[in-house]
Design a binder for this molecule. Structure first.
Ligand code: NAD
Ligand code: ZN
Length: 249
């Protein structure tokens, strides 16, 4: 804790790679937690979760996808940032830039005050029209039509979140790559199973270059044996303690 606190104190460019675990203490179930709510990982229609939330289902049966967009939104509704989101936002100073590359689609990092958030999988409540330029950020889906249509061109609207089968947002990934090229002096992986290569790659590259990497996750992951420091506690308590350690030399 002291060592990482000291690294944080001296850091000028910090990267946090975050996943569903960082929002677990805000009461938002992780992906596997949410899937567990369905017997055999299937929905009421007997379809796999991945099917109803796929790009092709949205095109062919948008009502079915929307039914589960509503469910997902309900699981985020009214949820507040927790100590982990707030600690990351607290670390931003005039001397230290903090970049957050998150797989979460809940917007809680921004709500906590983080200014530089790269949403690798988009944002559920940012609604876009696939046909025209219409876009809108909704605090809640309450009262919306079960099949919302674009007020401008009448196409079926959709969340600006990456569905299964879809490619990742290019502009966000270009920005992520540019930031990695500029380099970080400290990298954290918090609350993610680290199964995607775009999450493990920056960690591999950093360890090769000798940049310290810290993992916070109660469970072991694919990168656990590569990182320099590992905390097997919950994100909130651990991040709070690290910020404290960075403050008291
Ligand atoms: P995951 O559910 O596969 O894994 C979550 C990870 O968080 C696990 O490794 C678990 O050990 C860890 N964890 C659980 N509680 C924790 C805590 N209190 N502190 C720290 N770590 C904790 O999720 P994933 O790897 O992030 O990827 C699943 C996908 O689902 C992502 O692509 C994401 O877009 C999406 N998703 C998003 C949200 C959200 O926006 N909040 C929620 C669920 C899923
Ligand atoms: Zn439109």
């Amino acid at each position: 804790m002291k060592q990482v606190g000291a690294l944080l104190r001296d850091s000028r460019r910090v990267l946090f790679i975050t996943g569903a675990g960082v929002s677990a203490e805000s009461g938002i179930p992780t992906f596997r937690g949410a899937a567990a709510a369905f017997p055999d990982g299937r929905t009421e229609e007997g379809e796999p979760f991945e099917h109803v939330l796929s790009g092709s289902t949205f095109l062919l049966e948008p009502e079915l996808s929307w039914k589960y967009f509503f469910r997902l939104e309900l699981s985020l509704r009214g949820k507040q940032p927790n100590a982990a989101h707030l600690a990351m936002a607290d670390l931003q100073t005039s001397e230290r830039s903090v970049c957050i590359a998150t797989q979460n689609i809940d917007g809680l990092h921004q709500l906590a005050g983080s200014r530089f958030v790269l949403e690798l999988h988009g944002n559920l409540r940012r609604i876009i029209c696939p046909r025209c330029e219409y876009r809108e950020y909704l605090e809640s889906f309450e009262g919306m039509s079960p099949l919302p249509l674009c007020p401008t061109c009448r196409a079926v609207l959709r969340p600006d979140a990456v569905l299964y089968e879809e490619s990742l947002p290019e502009d966000v990934f270009d920005q992520f790559e540019a930031e990695q090229t500029r380099g970080f002096d400290l990298i954290f992986s918090v609350g993610t199973t680290s199964v995607f290569d775009y999450v493990t790659q920056p960690i591999l590259a950093a360890t090769e270059r000798g940049v310290p990497v810290v993992e916070i996750n109660p469970e072991e992951t694919l990168v656990s044996n590569l990182v320099d420091f590992r905390f097997a506690g919950p994100a909130g308590k651990t991040m709070q303690a690290l910020v404290e350690a960075a403050r008291s030399p």
